[in-house]
Design a protein around this ligand. Structure first.
Ligand code: ACO
Length: 309
């Protein structure tokens, strides 16, 4: 449990393992100052190893998700002070260094303005959901720089090339529906449904085996820039890592998942994870007893007619 209080960010940890990280400078539209970045670096690193946090949702207080880098505090006030500029830059890498390969699932819930440098943590989160009517903009071209940090690279890796060029070169604002259409986010919903839909996804992810989900996230990220040969080796090694991590909690997801499907006919992988995926308990007779209340929902029984010959 992260007890410390921060000046630019609010951390709200729920009992179900979901931790809300709320950018909390609404009067500045959650623009990212050096203090904000230092706090976010500390928070994200702490939550990554915090046993009470299983999943992180990033969002903003007020009318903005984030208005990008703070033009006054991040840029102008560090001009001429190399040490301060370097420190701010180093801490701002909580997004591209920490969030990009985070060990726990992350969701960006885009509740309002998402501008410039905020595209970085939108893209570095594993999932991004926005309200239909929020405003995205790569405003850099309108005030005098190119989309720096890693924004140009991330945009051209993430969205359709024509759209990367169009929105970077014009700075033209676009809404959540368009962001989904070009692949910048997963989907957009009506503002009133934003929290509910975000939590729905979060809870779906929490049902998975966390080691398998972690390996899958890393696999999708890391193989993007690998050759086929390197990717094949990486994926094989990553699978072995899942086995090792499962073994550390006395579990074998691979065997358990197949056994419950083939022998017990307890679930269908197309529709849900196997029973006990999230808590690592087996349903096998003679296996470890399941923790009481660890998973109350019973998997739907398979009908006899579904039995394969
Ligand atoms: N940096 C510093 N201060 C900011 C930023 C920012 N990025 N964005 C907003 N603010 C401040 C404003 O200066 C203002 O402060 P004040 O009350 O002390 O005058 C306050 O937040 C509210 O801003 P408004 O413009 O009044 O809010 P409004 O809701 O009308 O508009 C909008 C919001 C559209 C986000 C507008 O503030 C804006 O265009 N901000 C600049 C966005 C931007 O270009 N960011 C940099 C991207 S590039 C990069 O990140 C590298």
């Amino acid at each position: 449990m992260l007890k410390k209080k921060f000046s630019c960010v609010k951390v709200d940890q729920q009992k179900d393992g979901i931790t809300w990280v709320i950018f909390n400078r609404p009067e500045k539209r959650n623009a990212m100052s050096p203090t904000f970045h230092a706090e976010m670096m500390e928070i994200m690193k702490s939550l990554e190893t915090d046993p009470d946090t299983k999943l992180v949702i990033l969002t903003g207080a007020g009318t903005a998700y984030s208005a990008g880098q703070d033009l006054k505090e991040y840029f102008r006030e560090t001009d001429g002070n190399n040490a301060a500029k370097a420190a701010a830059g180093a801490n701002s890498r909580w997004r591209s260094d920490v969030l990009w390969m985070y060990n726990k699932p992350t969701i960006a819930m885009i509740n309002g303005f998402c501008i410039g440098g905020a595209f970085t943590h939108c893209i570095c989160s594993d999932f991004a959901i926005a309200a239909h009517d929020v405003t995205f903009s790569l405003s850099e071209v309108n005030w005098g720089i190119l989309p720096g940090g890693m924004v140009s690279k991330m945009m051209s890796d993430t969205v359709r090339p024509r759209d990367a060029m169009f929105y970077a070169a014009t700075g033209r604002p676009f809404n959540g529906k368009k962001a989904a259409e070009i692949g910048l986010i997963n989907f957009s919903v009506a503002k009133k449904d934003l929290k509910r839909e975000t939590l729905k996804l979060a809870r779906e992810l929490l049902e998975k085996n966390p080691n398998v989900l972690r390996g899958t996230k890393h696999a999708i990220r890391a193989t993007q820039t690998m050759s086929w040969r390197a990717a094949a080796d990486y994926l094989a090694a990553k699978q072995a890592e899942i086995k090792m991590r499962d073994a550390a909690r006395g579990h074998d997801s691979y065997k358990e998942g197949i056994r419950q499907f083939i022998d017990e006919k307890a679930y269908r992988p197309v529709f849900s994870p196997y029973v006990g995926a999230s808590d690592g308990k087996t349903t096998e007779k003679g296996g470890k007893p399941r923790a009481s209340g660890a998973r109350k929902k019973k998997a739907p029984a398979r009908k006899k007619s579904a039995k394969r010959k």
